[in-house]
Design a protein around this ligand. Structure first.
Ligand SMILES: *Cc1c(COP(=O)(O)O)cnc(C)c1O
Length: 358
């Protein structure tokens, strides 16, 4: 089978050598030495001022919304993974959708101001497939209306915008280290910010609000990662350049060999150093998509309809109509992309798609 993605695993001995350190110390969680070491390495590699590693990529969204959403209206994108909307509703805030830019697939910044009301507290936008939102425009709007900006940067490991980490933008950015993501710890994630006070709030929130064993700064939750997960991150870390370079070869192959007459791919924002995290293609209709999907499945090639459905159409979000997002969600598919995908398999995928779309 050729799946849409395949988890990259480091050599097992290398993972085991990290796990042994946890074993020898009999120390499995509560910010042990492996977690601290991973945080230090990622902070340097990503070139960010602050990082707090967490046990998944959804809880950082919840923590940021708990701190800044305050039960109000959150301006958000309908084109993202369900976690983005679910976190808003879970934190008793109301998602207010703003349609997307059909080229970049990120929230359409020119439509944000019209959606702001006296109840708006924050903007939660997704850097879709690692493609940055228009962060400058969003910052100007947020400053003008006194709103916080949270970026769901789950796909953004290693992405740079204007020569700096995309995680440096907004009040808080989050990332996912889920096994299907570029860098992973099995389950895991992180939150980033560049303000000391916010970092303090994020940090105590992720550990029950503890300030030492007997004192509390405030309300917190358990978002701590375990040492076993951090061991995976440490073992994987040396392979990140290799992983991104190998994935680039795959996206280059698709770019060169797919016939784009009746097909579109994502437009990466200017001044972006992209991470080759996904390869979405957009068909002219849902019928073509289903046709291609069926032909691929016959060859045991399993792409993924990502993102589908548009989040404004989910029962609990009660969103307004979002024509662009709904149309794109019905026509987009992510193609197989992982380290080790052979040229023979890539050619097979490309041939099927080209045949059915030209
Ligand atoms: C994966 C993902 C999440 C959730 O991350 P988990 O680590 O699975 O909790 C959130 N948002 C987006 C856009 C994602 O792709």
């Amino acid at each position: 089978m050729i799946p849409v993605t395949k988890t990259f695993l480091p050599p097992q001995e290398e993972y085991n050598s990290y796990v042994k350190r946890a074993w020898d110390k009999v120390w499995l969680t509560n910010r042990g030495e492996l977690t601290i070491e991973l945080e230090d390495k990622l902070k340097e590699y990503l070139d960010v001022p602050h990082i707090t590693i967490t046990n998944n990529g959804t809880i950082p969204l919840q923590i940021a919304l708990k701190l800044f959403g305050k039960g109000g209206e959150i301006i958000t994108t309908p084109f993202s993974y369900v976690a983005t909307s679910a976190a808003i509703v879970w934190e008793n805030c109301t998602p207010i959708f703003v349609d997307i830019n059909p080229e970049y697939l990120t929230i359409d910044e020119t439509k944000i101001e019209a959606a702001i009301t006296s109840k708006t507290t924050a903007i939660l936008a997704t850097h879709v497939f690692g493609n940055p939102c228009h962060v400058e425009a969003i910052e100007i709007i947020a400053k003008k209306h006194n709103l916080k900006v949270i970026y769901d940067a789950a796909h953004c490991f290693g992405v740079k915008y204007n020569n700096q980490s995309i995680f440096n933008f907004g009040d808080v950015s989050t990332c996912s280290f889920h096994a299907t993501k570029l860098f992973h710890t099995g389950e895991g994630g992180a939150m980033f910010c560049n303000d000391d006070k916010i970092q303090h709030q994020l940090f105590f929130s992720h550990n029950f609000g503890h300030n030492g064993p007997l004192e509390f700064y405030g309300l917190g939750i358990n978002a701590k990662i375990s040492e076993l997960q951090s061991a995976m991150g440490l073992a994987l870390f040396p392979y990140m350049e290799h992983i991104i370079a190998e994935r680039k070869k795959v996206t280059d192959f698709y770019n060169t060999n797919l016939n784009f007459n009746n097909l579109k791919n994502i437009k990466i924002r200017e001044n972006t150093e992209w991470n080759h995290s996904y390869y979405p293609i957009l068909f002219d209709s849902e019928a073509t998509l289903l046709n291609v999907q069926e032909a691929l499945q016959k060859e045991n090639i399993i792409p993924r309809r990502y993102f589908y459905p548009s989040l404004n159409t989910i029962t609990y979000t009660k969103g307004n109509k979002m024509p662009l997002s709904e149309s794109i969600a019905s026509r987009i598919v992510c193609l197989p992309l992982y380290v080790g995908l052979s040229t023979i398999d890539l050619q097979k995928i490309v041939d099927i798609i080209n045949k059915l779309t030209s």
